[in-house]
Write a protein that binds this ligand. Structure first.
Ligand code: SF4
Length: 253
């Protein structure tokens, strides 16, 4: 069956968290406050195999296995627009926007055959799905697939590094595994860890330069979230991560 879809550039999908490939996250360290978002998936659900392939699988005990995606993410509160969204609803970095923005509404973290429901616009989104829109999905295959294939390739390429980070977290941050175990049965549950923990675990990036770019962003978002009790978790994370980035910006020079 054919599915039609066209973006009308309403900007409504440019709010809140923006998942990024690692390449895109590193390309935009001066633009977005970054974090690692862990999304657990229990054994037995459709997304398990793809999640384990792109992320990692964890044994909670002898009988329970879960998979977890670990996604570099522009960590922006859900009510906040992307910092690159202009007042007239356009993207200020159109030529260099992340793969996630290019691939929308398709989702490279899912099987290609499992994308149809993503072509139904969410409430308040103005996407065109009428007969005037082009066919973008035919017989469960994406018609124009260059960006989707590139995003999937980057996710597969980064998977070994995410596994290394996963091992680090299991060893030094066991609360993450406990939190994943607690939320794995709740659809949409996430755990968030800091970019600084990722940089410390992987040890192959210019940590001082990245930290120097992240520090003013984290401080700015800490300021923007300071007076809103609904964003207390965000404020606490930005503040704590700014302290860690300040240390990394100087300790690694
Ligand atoms: S980078 Fe551009 S397209 Fe992507 S979320 Fe931000 S404004 Fe939207």
């Amino acid at each position: 069956m054919d599915r039609r879809f066209q973006c009308t550039k309403c900007g409504k999908c440019c709010l809140g968290w923006l998942p990024l490939t690692l390449n895109d996250a590193l390309l935009h360290t001066a633009r977005f406050p970054l974090a690692l978002v862990w999304t657990p998936v229990p054994q037995g659900v459709r997304a398990f195999a793809m999640t384990a392939r792109l992320g990692l699988s964890l044994s909670l005990n002898k009988r329970r296995q879960i998979a977890a995606l670990v996604t570099p993410t522009a960590y922006i509160p859900p009510s906040f627009p992307c910092p690159e969204l202009t007042d007239d609803g356009l993207c200020s970095i159109q030529a260099n926007k992340p793969l996630r923005c290019r691939t929308m509404p398709f989702y490279a973290y899912r099987d290609e055959a499992d994308q149809a429901e993503l072509l139904v616009p969410r409430k308040e989104w103005a996407c065109d799905t009428t007969a005037a829109a082009p066919v973008v999905y035919h017989n469960k295959q994406i018609v124009e697939r260059t960006d989707f294939d590139q995003e999937r390739k980057e996710l597969l390429d980064q998977a070994p590094m995410m596994s290394v980070y996963g091992e680090y977290v299991i060893k030094y941050m066991p609360w993450v595994v406990d939190s994943l175990a607690a939320i794995v049965q709740k659809p949409g549950g996430n755990v968030v860890t800091s970019l600084s923990s990722f940089l410390t675990a992987i040890k192959q990036f210019d940590v001082a330069a990245i930290a120097a770019q992240q520090l003013p962003l984290l401080n700015a978002y800490a300021g923007k979230t300071a007076d809103d009790s609904a964003l207390a978790d965000y404020h606490r994370n930005y503040t704590g991560w700014a302290t860690e980035m300040k240390y990394l910006a100087t300790a690694s020079t």
